[in-house]
Structure formats: structure tokens, C-alpha cells
Design a protein around this ligand. Structure first.
Ligand code: GTP
Ligand code: MG
Length: 203
């Protein structure tokens, strides 16, 4: 898929105030600092469309971007950010949970995990939460440039093996690097395919 346009639409903390337009929507979620906003910029070939930072907790709101005038891409705050008070964090912030429970246009979510790390409890719990609410998701391994290829393959195999303890089938996954653009074509082709598959439901 060619990216012809990518425009910021609105930020908020309330799913009921998200854009009303019925077009397919894709959300990016994962721990703080895992690389959600960077991946969005990489996919869109825009340096600063989504705000990024070396410090966790940069993205604080539900941010809608409209792509090619055809679909929404959503940048979300991370979870598991230790600096935020326990009360405010309440594990996964309530407005994020509501977004996933109530957003009807959402056709697929991408759960980002750092390819250097073994499965973390909080990520597995979030995947469980999505499963319980019938939200389809893929796993996106980020920062692949930080590992050599054999270590990377080994780490991903370990991750998938662990997932099979919880899921009958490992979810579909992508291996990405925002610094080298690894995975960009596969990712955009996937979205393109899903857009076609769901087109009938959005008529
Ligand atoms: P929050 O908004 O705080 O939840 O973080 P986020 O998940 O949006 O992460 P963000 O994109 O802001 O990136 C966090 C840090 O990781 C930044 O310093 C990025 O430059 C770095 N980073 C993100 N993706 C990659 C990658 O693929 N490779 C490398 N080497 N660094 C990356
Ligand atoms: Mg961010």
C-alpha cells in the first residue's frame, strides 16, 4: 500500500469523543517506550507525525490519524509505566480499556513487544484482556535492529513458544525496526488486505 496522506485528526481520553466516521481502524498498544509512536512514523514515512521520546510516558492520549482518507490509525499511551502513580495507572488506564471495549470501528490491534525481552506478565495480561473482549490482535516485535539476526530469531521463537502455553495458536506477528524500516512492506500489505476483507462491513 502506498501512503498518500496521513493527517492528525484529534486527541482525547474518551472513546465516545473519538471520530464518528465509520472507516476501518487499527490501534497500536504496548508498554511505554516499546516504540509505538516511532513505528507509526516509520510506517507513514513521517518523522514527527506521532510524538516520540526516549523517556517513557510520552503519549498520554488516544490520538487518531487518518490515512489515505480511508482508515484510522490510533496511537495510544503505553501501559506499565512505573513513574505514574498506581492509582492513576490502575494497571491499564480505564480510558484505554474503554476504548478497546467500545470502539466499533476497531478491526485489528497491534500489541508491540520489545524483541529483546521475554514475555512480560503485563503484556500477556493485556493480550488476555483483548481476547476476552474479542478484539483481534497481532504481535509486533520492535527494535529488531538491536539484536543480531540469530539472536533475534532465537528470541522470537522463545516468545512464540511461551505464547502457546496460553493460546491455541500464536497470533500473527511482525518483526520491525523503526530505525531501519524493517517490516514496513509486510505491515502495510497486511493492513491493505484487512481493509479489503472488511470493506463490505463498512459500506
Ligand atoms: P510511550 O508513548 O511513552 O508509551 O512510548 P512509545 O511506545 O510510543 O515509544 P516511542 O516511539 O516514543 O519510542 C521510545 C524510544 O525507543 C525512543 O527513544 C525511540 O527512538 C526508541 N525506538 C523506538 N523504536 C525503535 C527501533 O525500532 N529501534 C531503535 N533502535 N530504537 C527505537
Ligand atoms: Mg508514544
Amino acid at each position: 500500500m502506498k501512503i498518500k496522506s496521513a493527517e492528525f485528526i484529534i486527541s482525547n481520553t474518551n472513546v465516545t469523543k473519538c471520530p464518528k466516521e465509520r472507516i476501518p481502524e487499527y490501534a497500536f498498544i504496548g508498554r511505554s517506550n516499546v516504540g509505538k509512536s516511532s513505528l507509526i512514523n516509520m510506517l507513514m514515512e513521517r518523522k514527527d507525525l506521532a510524538k516520540t521520546s526516549g523517556r517513557p510516558g510520552k503519549t498520554q492520549l488516544i490520538n487518531h490519524f487518518k490515512i489515505n482518507n480511508e482508515w484510522f490509525l490510533v496511537d495510544l499511551p503505553g501501559y506499565g509505566y512505573a513513574q505514574v502513580s498506581k492509582k492513576k495507572r490502575a494497571k491499564f488506564q480505564g480510558f484505554i480499556e474503554n476504548y478497546f471495549k467500545e470502539r466499533e470501528q476497531l478491526v485489528c490491534s497491534f500489541v508491540l513487544v520489545d524483541s529483546r525481552h521475554d514475555p512480560q506478565k503485563i503484556d500477556l495480561e493485556f493480550m488476555q484482556f483483548l481476547g476476552e473482549h474479542q478484539v483481534p490482535f497481532c504481535i509486533v516485535f520492535t527494535k529488531a535492529d538491536k539484536l543480531g539476526s540469530s539472536k533475534l530469531n532465537q528470541q522470537i521463537a522463545r516468545y512464540k513458544k511461551e505464547l502457546l502455553k496460553f493460546w491455541e495458536e500464536a497470533p500473527m506477528s511482525f518483526i520491525t525496526s523503526s530505525s531501519s524500516s524493517l517490516g514496513r512492506d509486510e505491515f502495510l500489505n497486511f493492513i491493505n488486505q484487512v481493509n479489503q476483507d472488511v470493506a463490505q462491513d463498512f459500506k
